[in-house]
Design a protein. Sequence first.
Length: 58
Amino acid sequence: MAELQHGQPKTANLNTQEILEADEWYDLLPVEKKLIGFSLGLGVCLLVIFVFAFDLFK
């Protein structure tokens, strides 16, 4: 009986590890892709604006 109890956590850990590995990566949703693009675009635009603004007001 003691051997059975020692074997159960190993299989439970193995199953849990398999589930975590399967759920580790998944594709982004279209709305997430749009938000990432919007954020990157806004960041680049603001960077360009600030570079020109600080260059003009030296």
